[in-house]
Ligand binder design. Structure first.
Ligand code: ZN
Length: 506
């Protein structure tokens, strides 16, 4: 805790002003300006390269149409403005991971500008303005290694070079560490719903950077900005920014001038550290890319992209609470991925007219089915659409439970069996006799068998100890393995016992 009294105390004196930049790797099959396949994590280094992404002289770039469409779709999902035409710029700088000496990027004409993102926080709903989203190519990756002869070396893996990257920049509207995390989480959901990026932070597919400055409460002037990088999870985003707020507040209290810096987040030590002092304005000497023509955004093309954008998580959450009567908590869980949300909605649609309510289906989707999906080795984590159990099949099972035709415990068993065998859960209930014994005659046979096997308990009951009936009900439930309705069992059992007592009284 670098500030006396901690974050709370720092926040009473200072207001954080935070802007966030996110780089997201786009979900394309090939790279941004060449035909090289986008490398998976397991690809051997430097196996996905060509003269274009190696930056060899004379190689000519060709625009990846899919990458442009994914940025446009993201921009539309954020309510941003799309320009009638855009162009490509060269961002010039020298670094070992960039042999060309420039990145092809977008400077004054991004593919999207002036958007908004609304998200929930513990203090209510917040909206942050999005300044721009643009498209650029990624750099190569430096790998620091010790060679077999003991020398230290920096190796360059060009598989990442030229991968399509979207940069999304907010206005400095974020006011707390929690808001920064919530913003990043909601943006990840939007990117995934739109299909723009897998946006897995741990795998570097979504990289979050924050510009953090403080000003005394009530002041409007902006303080000195510090850029924070290397935050590899949502939790790190919140922790790193909280640390930075406290660090800056302590420095300002002590009358120290803050330096404009880039700082990294050390997850293990829980501190930020200086990576480099930043010059006032980095001069990349942007100029229009001479090898690429400007790109016109044809209205018919844009309309086609817009038509494919699904309903977004915020709208679904509102509908689940408002129309389906779910709690905000459940609505949040069900919309955490598009696959889960689509599955839930398909199950609700299939259950129309049955006893399975949206609330009951929500419990099964977020509960038992999610548990099965997460526990299974062969199913990608959280992908409830990949369990082999379809939405209509789940709805049918939930209807059986809600109708009282199968117990919750037996329904869970049926679901687990269905998951293993690929059968429909309702068929498992039927085939394995997991359904409730609805037939009074069949139940009578079970009750008679229990009475015959427990003469002592029957004698107790006759001797005026009604609690003996509870024991006998338990025996019937055991015998029928949860397939009998305990209330009905009690009725049948008492009718039998009282009949015997009445007979003996005669
Ligand atoms: Zn290439």
């Amino acid at each position: 805790m670098p500030y006396p009294g901690g974050l709370e105390a720092a926040l009473t004196r200072y207001e954080p002003v935070i802007g966030i930049e996110v780089h997201a790797q786009l979900r394309t099959a090939s790279k941004m300006f060449c035909g090289c396949a986008v490398a998976g994590d397991d690809a051997a280094p430097n196996t996905r390269t060509c003269p274009v992404c190696l930056g060899l002289p004379g190689a000519l770039p060709v625009i990846n149409r899919r990458a442009v469409e994914l940025v446009l779709a993201t921009g539309m999902a954020l309510g941003a403005t799309v320009p009638p035409a855009t162009r490509w710029d060269r961002k010039n700088y020298v670094y070992p991971d960039l042999p060309k000496g420039y990145q092809i990027s977008q400077y004054d004409l991004p593919l999207a500008s002036d958007g908004l993102l609304t998200f929930d926080t513990s203090a209510g709903e917040r909206t942050v303005r999005i300044r721009r989203a643009h498209l650029e190519e990624d750099t190569a990756r430096l790998v620091h290694a010790t060679l077999p002869d003991g020398r230290n070396a920096s190796l360059v893996d060009f598989d990442r070079s030229g991968m399509p990257l979207m940069e999304i920049v907010t206005e400095p509207d974020v006011r707390s560490a929690e808001e920064a995390r919530r913003y990043a989480e909601e943006l990840q959901r939007v990117l995934r719903y739109v299909g723009a990026s897998d946006a897995e932070m741990e795998r570097g597919q979504m990289r979050v950077e924050a510009n953090v400055s403080l000003r005394p409460r009530g002041s409007v002037a902006l303080g000195t900005r510090v850029e924070v990088k290397n935050m590899n999870s949502f939790r790190s985003v919140e922790r790193a920014i909280a640390f930075e707020i406290e660090r800056q507040a302590a420095a300002l209290d002590a009358g120290e001038a803050l330096r404009q810096q880039t700082r990294g987040w050390d997850e293990a030590r829980g501190v930020t550290y200086v990576m480099r002092d930043k010059e006032d304005s980095e001069d990349y000497r942007y100029f229009p890319e001479p090898d690429l023509p400007p790109l016109r955004t044809d209205p018919a093309w844009l309309a086609g992209i817009r038509a494919r954008i699904p309903e977004l998580p915020a709208s679904r959450r509102a509908r689940y609470v408002g129309t389906l009567g779910l709690s905000p908590h459940d609505a949040g869980i069900l919309t955490s991925t598009r696959e889960t949300s689509d599955f839930f909605e398909a199950a609700v649609a299939a259950a129309e007219g049955s006893a399975a309510t949206p609330k009951a289906i929500a419990n099964w989707v977020a509960g038992e089915l999610a548990r099965l999906a997460n526990a299974a080795a062969g199913t990608p984590r959280g992908r409830i659409d990949r369990t082999g159990i379809g939405p209509a099949e789940l709805a049918a099972l939930v209807a059986l439970v809600e109708d009282g035709r199968v117990s919750g415990t037996n329904a869970k068993e049926a679901l687990a069996v269905a998951f293993e065998t690929g059968e429909a859960p309702a068929a498992v209930v039927e085939a394995r006799g997991l359904g409730r014994i609805a037939d009074d005659d069949a139940l009578g046979v079970e009750v008679d068998a229990v009475l015959a096997a427990n003469p002592a308990a029957v004698a107790d009951y006759r001797a005026g100890r009604p609690q003996a009936a509870g024991f006998l009900v338990g025996q019937v439930m055991r015998r029928t393995q949860g397939r009998a309705d305990a209330v009905v069992v009690r009725e049948v059992l008492l009718a039998r016992l009282d009949a015997t007592v009445a007979e003996e009284d005669r």
